[in-house]
Ligand binder design. Structure first.
Ligand SMILES: *Cc1c(COP(=O)(O)O)cnc(C)c1O
Length: 366
């Protein structure tokens, strides 16, 4: 089947639809090529790289409209490392986790195995839905996931209770959908998904309450995961150890690109349009349907679309791949006949239109 050749008009200009790592814009690559000689291969403790970090920290604060007193922290290791760091410096004794897919489950599991914390409360729901947090007096931190990348489910970012921190995994949402900073204390992400940069870093927008808790931490933490150190280094526009400088260049360029287009408001409107296009196509299709049945829970950045058994994912994705369209496979562990399509700001609406038309064309011929 993979010998099927898509007609030219059904070929997206860019075939990258992966949910992370996600499409990196040509403009970002050009920025990397031109900034490269001045920063690549130079010290992250010196001005050219530090000013790159400053652009990212200031750009994110502007993009997310962070109120005075909020600080942008960063470090190495991606969101996965931030979970472990949070277990030392942001969770005092007990956290509650809203679990509805692979990533939210991983944070809960990491905390569950930490000997220095009480067992977390886990509020879970079936894949394709999200649960609501349940206020509990014994909890000092609530862990939410704005967008479960594995299932394509989005949840609201709001405080479940007063007097507890709200830690939001925004890896596949930040920079692409709205958020009210009043609803979180740490809004953290890796930059290779919604932001279309490269992997290896974590960034966290922290409220004064989160900063205060980090500063008040008394327990030992592995130095690499110690947010007290990350806070001090970030304030100097540095990281504890050597960062991937290319990742910083791509992220700085992306943040400024978003700001130049109208910031979060522009990005969110664009995500709404993209989601309308993809879910609208699936709803009208006789072989495809949105996996998330409740429209209000559907992600506007990652669409999960179930396919009829007559359109096997393996054959479809083989044909797509042979035609330069990659990474639309659904999350492996969900075990469904499903495609997953990233609708991040970098993915062109015309390319999404071409993709859905290409899938129709292939489905007819399988
Ligand atoms: C990808 C992802 C992560 C993990 O990111 P890494 O950079 O691989 O550590 C965490 N949370 C969500 C929601 C993700 O999509």
């Amino acid at each position: 089947m993979d010998h099927l050749t898509l007609p030219h008009h059904l070929r997206p200009r860019d075939g990258r639809f992966g949910s992370g790592p996600s499409k990196v814009r040509a403009g970002s690559m050009a920025a990397l090529a031109s900034a490269g000689p001045a920063v690549m291969g130079t010290s992250h403790r010196k001005e050219p790289v530090r000013s790159l970090v400053r652009r990212i920290r200031e750009g994110l604060a502007a993009l997310l409209s962070l109120p005075d007193g909020y600080e942008v922290l960063l470090g190495n290791g991606g969101a996965t490392a931030f979970w472990d760091a949070a277990s030392f410096c942001l969770i005092e004794r007990r956290s509650e986790h809203v679990v509805f897919g692979e990533f939210s489950a991983k944070f809960a599991a990491a905390v569950g195995s930490a000997p220095h914390l009480d067992d977390p409360i886990v509020v879970a729901s079936e894949p394709g839905t999200h649960p609501s947090p349940v206020p509990d007096d014994s909890v000092d931190a609530y862990a939410l996931t704005q967008n479960e990348t594995s299932t394509g489910v989005a949840m609201p970012v709001a405080r479940p209770a007063r007097d507890a921190l709200v830690l939001v995994d925004a890896t596949s949402a930040a920079g692409a959908v709205e958020v009210d900073p009043a609803g979180f204390d740490a809004y953290y992400f890796s930059p290779q998904k919604a932001f279309g940069s490269d992997g290896g870093l974590w960034l966290a927008c922290c409220s004064p309450a989160a900063v205060a808790r980090i500063e008040a931490t008394e327990r030992w933490a592995p130095p690499f995961l110690d947010l007290r150190t990350a806070l001090a280094e970030s304030r100097r526009d540095q990281t504890y150890n050597t960062p991937a400088i290319a990742t910083l260049v791509l992220l700085a360029d992306q943040v400024e690109w978003l700001l130049a287009r109208g910031g979060l408001e522009w990005a969110a409107a664009r995500s709404r349009e993209a989601a309308g296009l993809v879910y609208g196509w699936a709803e009208a299709s006789d072989f495809a349907a949105p996996f998330v049945t409740r429209p209000e829970m559907r992600s506007r950045t990652v669409a999960t679309i179930d396919l009829d058994a007559s359109v096997p994912l393996e054959s479809l994705s083989a044909v797509l791949r042979a035609n330069g369209i990659v990474d639309v496979e659904g999350y492996r562990k969900l075990g469904r006949n499903q495609i997953r399509i990233a609708m991040f700001p970098n993915v062109d609406l015309d390319d999404l239109r071409a993709l859905t038309a290409a899938v129709d064309w292939i489905a007819e011929r399988l």
